[in-house]
Design a protein around this ligand. Structure first.
Ligand code: ADP
Ligand code: MG
Length: 250
């Protein structure tokens, strides 16, 4: 197995409070890897440490075997790791296609022509259409973002993340705040992404986790309790005890 993303003895404290403790994570290239655990377990903190939003108190983050612990968020994006934008960073008045074109222009270092007409030809336009197709958003290319259901807005956020051509995509609760029927589709799209993109996601809905994850890491009180396949996690007595209860076999 080749690991695209690893952490070594990664820890993060806020004052005396330990949010992440001695986390050794290995994310296989191409994996769909879930981080689960009770509220406050440290999942978002871990994603923040991976993406450079927060700096660890100690330990290392490695991308392709090289340490990136000291790199800024922006530098990590350039190395191929990105996370989804939050919903409020969408441009509510722009169309889906305009938004994606902006993100592609930004990646290429081209001046963002916010108020100019989006070009309807050329390699970036073709790339935008391919991206929209993979997100099932092609029929909504000319729809104004704020007029779409939340589930499709979430897909657009994922699209904005994908516009940087990441090899690793981190999603913090991509289904949060959207109706159940729509969250299913969000995960189907994620599952259908190219295997060139490794996906690490935090998700509370165990049905989605067990359906879409190939590996699961369970965090409890800042530490890794267990890491394994969905079957291994579902069978683990400690997981049932501390977190899942009877939800695993619902
Ligand atoms: N910037 C911060 N300052 C102080 N405490 C924080 C900060 N960020 C997170 N925490 C604490 O760390 C713990 C883990 O939070 P978080 O990583 O958001 O958990 P999860 O995403 O698993 O619900 C929580 O108790 C939270 O209050
Ligand atoms: Mg969280």
């Amino acid at each position: 197995m080749s690991a695209v993303l690893e952490t070594r003895a990664l820890s993060k404290s806020y004052g005396r409070f330990v949010a992440n403790s001695d986390i050794n994570l290995t994310i296989a290239t191409g994996a769909r890897h879930a981080l689960i655990g009770p509220n406050g377990a440290g999942k978002t903190t871990l994603v923040n440490l991976l993406t450079g939003v927060a700096r660890p108190t100690s330990g290392e983050v490695l991308l392709d075997g090289k340490t990136i612990t000291q790199l800024s968020q922006h530098e990590r994006v350039k190395r191929g790791m990105t996370r989804t934008f939050q919903i409020n960073t969408l441009f509510p008045r722009l169309t889906v296609l305009q938004s994606i074109m902006l993100a592609l222009c930004e990646r290429e270092g081209l001046a963002a022509r916010l108020f100019a007409k989006v070009p309807r030809s050329g390699p970036l336009f073709d790339e935008a259409l391919r991206l929209l197709e993979s997100l099932r958003l092609l029929p909504f290319a000319d729809t104004v973002t704020r007029e779409m259901p939340y589930g499709r807005q979430r897909l657009l956020e994922i699209g904005l993340g994908l516009a940087s051509r990441p090899r690793v995509l981190l999603l913090d609760e991509p289904a949060a705040g959207i109706p159940a029927g729509e969250s299913q589709e969000v995960f189907e799209v994620i599952a259908g992404l190219s295997r060139d993109v490794t996906v690490v996601f935090i998700e509370h809905d165990m049905h989605l986790v067990f359906r879409f994850a190939e590996r699961i890491t369970v965090l409890v009180a800042g530490s890794v309790l267990i890491e394994g396949t969905p079957a291994e996690i579902a069978d683990d007595a400690r997981v049932r005890e501390v977190y899942l209860g009877e939800a695993v076999n619902d």
